[in-house]
Design a binder for this molecule. Structure first.
Ligand code: ACO
Length: 439
């Protein structure tokens, strides 16, 4: 995507007495990067950047994030405006295809979702192979990868053509059915099939919570809260799971398998798994009497392997704009449903301390997207181990958009293949085991 960036003054690097010029690229929001892709060829040096904190893996036109200013925009649109005014499908279209849909495009997308909402009947048998205690993220990752065994793949000579539109719709629509079926399996109830007359979020809630003997009452407030969460989760540029999707996809791996890898990355407690961990932490504090001092101290103590979950972010060094919206959403939803959750009081106390305590202030640690989202899911009646699965549904458009963007790079994106600095033993000769005196 070189055509998207302007060129800045080249950077100069002095190595072993020689000066090398490195091109500088400037993004559309003025972000600057030093292009080191030719560095090794010119100098025999590579760069070392643990956790990729300073390394851009691509140029991307999907999401803009300014972590210092607390700004998040999808394709230029501020997240606050999208969360308030759009539907999840509109945002999915925006992220994947670059523009908000026309009414005709939106109804076409919705029809495609209905067409692809059911699972192949043979896939239902897979659910029986899992123990009812299986973590839903394990089920989701396996089932999403298995979709590639049931549905014709993309013609990779034209990876973003008609086939892509079908597979993207299949993925986004079927993932909802997989999640609902996984829930039904875990509680031992019969599957409830998707309906053609329901929109995205109500359809999911109906599949999860209705049963043959009882229809689940879908409240507008619940639909609204889930829609907002899905939109806030829909993309977040080169985070751990999206980078995983891109890395796997860079080998020209199919979309289902690439996204399945992203789901595995999201599962980790330092990433999307944090929403589940936050509730565990709040419950632990509650059981312990509700006092937060001990936990604040533990989080600051480097000898204890404990962090405040839902706090801190690699990129946001000010308040996560998504957390701001979600915090308001928790208050609205709990108020409307008449729920008084003591965990919310503990969360508010924790946040107040985090915003004042020098340890967190000095390190720019603020509540992140996961700090309050679990309280919404809990209020809706979604079990804790399903929280990260909900995040995965929301992140689907972002993963798909990044896979597509990568496939559209003229000439194809280079396969992802980082370097390393080897620090193991230098050359030594093999000695047969008998001579090593081990037998
Ligand atoms: N509690 C206590 N201390 C923390 C926390 C926390 N939650 N987060 C970071 N710190 C401290 C670190 O110990 C470190 O301190 P030091 O400088 O004295 O060594 C400093 O803040 C910087 O932390 P890093 O781990 O270097 O920051 P990094 O950018 O690598 O990590 C991360 C970001 C993983 C999000 C981290 O803040 C964390 O573990 N948070 C808790 C888990 C969480 O909420 N994850 C969800 C993130 S949002 C998402 O992925 C959807």
């Amino acid at each position: 995507m070189d055509h998207h960036s302007q060129a800045g003054q080249p950077a100069k690097l002095i190595l072993d007495g020689n000066t090398f010029e490195l091109p500088v690229v400037v993004g559309s929001e003025g972000e600057k990067g030093i292009d080191i892709s030719k560095l090794r060829g010119q100098t025999n040096y590579v760069t070392l950047d643990h956790g990729f904190g300073n390394t851009s893996n691509c140029e991307s036109a999907i999401t803009f994030l300014d972590g210092d200013a607390g700004i998040l925009r999808y394709r230029g649109y501020p997240i606050e405006q999208l969360a308030e005014n759009t539907s999840f499908l509109e945002v999915a279209h925006l992220l994947i295809y670059g523009e908000l849909p026309t009414a005709e495009q939106l109804s076409h997308l919705s029809e495609r979702f209905t067409e692809h909402s059911m699972l192949h009947e043979d896939m239902k048998r897979f659910f029986n192979g899992f123990p009812s205690s299986a973590h839903p993220m394990a089920v989701l990752a396996s089932m999403v990868c298995s979709l590639s065994a049931f549905h014709p793949g993309i013609d990779m000579t034209n990876p973003t053509g008609e086939d892509f539109d079908r597979i993207a719709a299949q993925l986004m629509s079927k993932v909802r059915t997989i999640v609902a079926f996984a829930h039904k399996k875990s509680i031992g109830e019969p599957f409830i099939y998707p309906r053609g007359d329901m929109e995205y979020v109500p359809n999911l809630l109906n599949m999860m919570f209705s049963s043959p003997t009882k229809e689940y009452k879908i409240y507008d407030e619940v639909v609204q809260a889930m829609k907002v969460l899905f939109i806030l989760h829909a993309d977040h540029e080169q985070n751990c799971s999206t980078s995983t999707v891109r890395l796997v996809g860079s080998a020209r791996t199919n979309l289902f398998a690439s996204v399945s890898a992203g789901i595995c990355a999201l599962w980790g407690p330092l990433h999307g798994g944090a929403n589940e961990e936050v509730i565990h932490m709040l419950e632990m504090i509650q059981k312990d009497g509700g006092g937060i001092d001990k936990y604040i101290d533990m989080a600051k103590d480097k000898t204890k392997n404990f962090r405040l979950m839902g706090v801190g972010h690699r990129v946001y060094k000010s308040y996560d704009p998504r957390a701001k919206i979600i915090k308001q959403c928790v208050h609205d939803l709990l108020g409307k449903l008449g729920i008084d959750d003591p965990l919310l009081d503990i969360a508010i106390k924790l946040e107040e301390r985090v915003l004042k305590d020098p340890y967190f202030v000095e390190r720019n640690l603020y509540p992140n997207v996961d700090f309050y989202s679990g309280l919404i899911y809990k209020a809706i009646g979604i079990p804790k181990d399903m929280f990260t699965v909900m995040f995965a549904i929301g992140r689907m458009p972002g993963w798909i958009a990044h896979w597509k963007e990568m496939m559209e790079v003229p000439g194809g994106t280079k396969i992802g293949r980082p370097r390393q600095i080897y620090v193991g033993p230098t050359k030594r000769d093999y000695i047969p085991i008998i001579k090593r005196g081990l037998v």
